[in-house]
Write a protein that binds this ligand. Structure first.
Ligand SMILES: *Cc1c(COP(=O)(O)O)cnc(C)c1O
Length: 377
């Protein structure tokens, strides 16, 4: 594996190869390059005035990853008591935690309030009532439905309300003794369409102004996550997204607006390289099949939702077209098709690039395959 693949930072690549050469760790495992995380945390939000970063824990909740992000001064976005407990165990102050899941379980809400978390999203009357009862007086922001076209992992059908209802919900929250502080949205994960943010900011402005006309002064615009990373195709870069978003916000919102960002994938995705082993090869019909020890169920779940990873193998043999499959007995466990790779030998390593986000956090022990370890470099 002495050729640096196109879609990876050369320093990261060298660190990974060095680790593999010296370690006797059994595959599969996920390596995380700390320097990439540091770089992303310092980059994200740089282009947006008065912004704060809250790392979306669900992208990768590994304790060492969270400690690292914590040491960089970022905040966290969480949705469950499990995520809260890990943050509590590493001493993250409640002021640095927000929750943007508009539908919270009673158990989570209870524990979040007890811990001192004081920023909650909502998008229904039922949630207003739940919050008024179990988190009285807390800061709340309404989730707006916005276009998700052009994102690989759309989310807007599940959550969010239209503008009129959003204004109504802000008024209802105030009526019930909550403190309506702002508006949030999510353009969809791995969003490669910069106009989604523009449309979303415009919609948010509309709600912001109608709330103001009806006596509610907001202060927070939470633009969610969705920044894309480069898997196998180039994507809009974060600096250009932020330049556009920042322009739209500064032109239209009050000067003292606080902007919250909740990136998950963009913080941790590129920092991760999965190390797997080729466990088998077969010719089936006119297809070449390659079997590796990590698959859809123990780490590469997003591959079935359209994420196409870049791979690297340590072979200089003839390049062939492969169907790449995980180790389980389920026919759903096919990671990729039409992958061009030099033919590896059984027992060789196969590396999966940019796999730090939504991999281990999705992994199950289906069919008895353990959840791979995460190792920080
Ligand atoms: C998942 C999620 C995020 C993170 O999204 P990315 O696409 O990983 O940046 C942020 N906010 C909320 C509310 C989410 O559900």
């Amino acid at each position: 594996m002495n050729i640096t693949p196109d879609f990876i930072d050369e320093k990261t690549w060298n660190k990974v190869l060095n680790y593999i050469a010296l370690s006797d760790e059994e595959s599969p495992y996920l390596l995380i390059d700390r320097d990439v995380v540091r770089e992303k945390v310092s980059l994200i939000g740089k282009g947006i005035r008065n912004s704060k970063l809250f790392y979306a824990v669900k992208a990768n909740p590994d304790k060492e990853v969270l400690k690292l992000v914590n040491s960089l001064g970022a905040g966290f976005e969480i949705a469950s008591e499990g995520e809260l407990q890990i943050l509590a165990s590493i001493g993250v102050e409640p002021e640095r935690i927000i929750t943007s899941n508009p539908m919270k379980t009673f158990k989570f809400l209870g524990q979040a309030v007890e811990y001192g978390v004081n920023y909650f999203a909502y998008d229904s009357m039922a949630e207003v009532e739940k919050l008024a009862r179990h988190a009285p007086g807390s800061n709340v922001y309404v989730r707006l439905s916005v276009p998700n076209e052009g994102s690989e992992w759309p989310l807007s059908k599940k959550f969010g309300v239209e503008m009129e209802e959003a204004t109504e919900l802000l008024l209802q929250a105030k009526d019930k003794g909550l403190n309506p502080v702002g508006i949030t949205f999510h353009v969809g994960s791995q969003c490669n369409n910069v106009y989604n943010w523009n449309t979303a900011v415009d919609k948010a402005l509309d709600v912001w102004e109608s709330a103001e006309q009806r006596g509610i002064k907001l202060k927070v615009l939470n633009i969610g996550g969705g920044y894309p990373i480069c898997y196998t195709k180039s994507v809009v870069d974060i600096a250009s997204i932020e330049e556009k978003v920042n322009k739209a916000i500064s032109r239209k919102f009050p000067e003292d607006v606080e902007v919250f960002l909740e990136p998950g994938r963009a913080v941790i995705g590129d920092a991760g390289i999965f190390v797997s082993t080729v466990i088998g090869k077969a010719r089936r019909g006119d297809e070449n099949w390659l079997y590796i020890d990590v698959g859809v169920f123990n780490g590469l779940m997003e591959s079935i939702g359209g994420i196409k990873y870049a791979y690297a193998v340590g072979s200089r043999s003839e390049v062939k077209t492969w169907t790449l499959s995980g180790p389980s007995c389920d026919s759903f466990d096919v990671v990729d098709r039409k992958v061009e790779l030099p033919e590896p030998e059984v027992g060789n390593r196969l590396l999966i690039l940019s796999s730090g986000a939504y991999t281990i956090s999705y992994a199950s022990e289906f069919n008895g395959f353990s959840i791979p370890k995460t190792i920080l470099l």
